[in-house]
Design a protein around this ligand. Sequence first.
Ligand SMILES: C[S@@+](CC[C@H](N)C(=O)[O-])C[C@H]1O[C@@H](n2cnc3c(N)ncnc32)[C@H](O)[C@@H]1O
Length: 308
Amino acid sequence: MNEYHEPVLTQEVLRYLITEQDGVYVDATLGGGGHAATIMQHCSSQGTLIGIDRDSDALKAAQERLKMYGERIVYVQDNFSNVRKRLEEKGIKQVNGMLFDLGVSSHQIDEVSRGFSFQGDSRIDMRMSQHQQLDGWTVVNRYDEKQLSDIFRRYGEERFSRRIARRIVEHREKIPIHTTGELAQVVESVVGQRMATKSLARIFQAIRIEVNDELESLARALQAAVELVIPGGRIVVISYHSLEDRIVKRFFREQPQPAEPMSKYMQRENVMKPRMRVLTKKPVVASEEEVRYNSRARSAKLRAAERI
Ligand SMILES: C[S@@+](CC[C@H](N)C(=O)[O-])C[C@H]1O[C@@H](n2cnc3c(N)ncnc32)[C@H](O)[C@@H]1O
């Protein structure tokens, strides 16, 4: 197992992503560089990669791991929703494929000081990027009751969202909720110990999505990816919860663009043709063997589409 992060569905990523061994690829979620390493191994010595991550810890770890590839890898610290602009700055207009392996890395979860996990006890941080302002503490202590209950319902699909939001507000009127451990206790006081783990996972996921603007970033990045990938090139996305998977599934299906009218009598705007061909009718999931070896793979769903 890789200490920083064990990549999931590696063989499947290669199968769907690599169409050209000399190609230019984007790993939009570089993490510890696990997928990037396999992509580089499968490319020829002409193949190049742009590795993006918001997190400076990830970039450091990936740079160390991938140093043997030298200048064939370009590192970018940014939100992947800015991919188009960042590639343009480097003079790259088109790429052969883009990979998104969404969410957080094992390192981000396991490193207690990053404040992502309810297993540890540290300031509620949850920022993927060390440069951004909004953090989990601010969401928990500054959002009003309605905002909290909305994000718990929308991003966590939590049944007790209103009661949890009310309890948080009551609690922080007396004393702010500083740490992940304190927040976990407040949530547990509403849902009870038996339900606690599942509700905590949902509440922490909801706050994390809000802090990092994850769904909006994904939607913007997919839009950019369609413009960047050459015809025949691929977009591969691995998601870990239904909210992300829904966005990806819909996006791949609903990418029509105005086509040339077939006759002068046809309205241009009425003639639409698809821009992506979906390669995975159902999402690709990990084998039992992979899940046994890497439990993170259990919830992974891979979808891939080809630019027409
Ligand atoms: C699941 S990990 C990727 C692991 C990687 N595939 C590997 O093999 O090590 C997700 C990574 O994507 C980054 N990330 C998530 N959302 C991002 C975004 N909107 N922009 C840039 N990086 C993002 C996280 O910081 C994290 O390092």
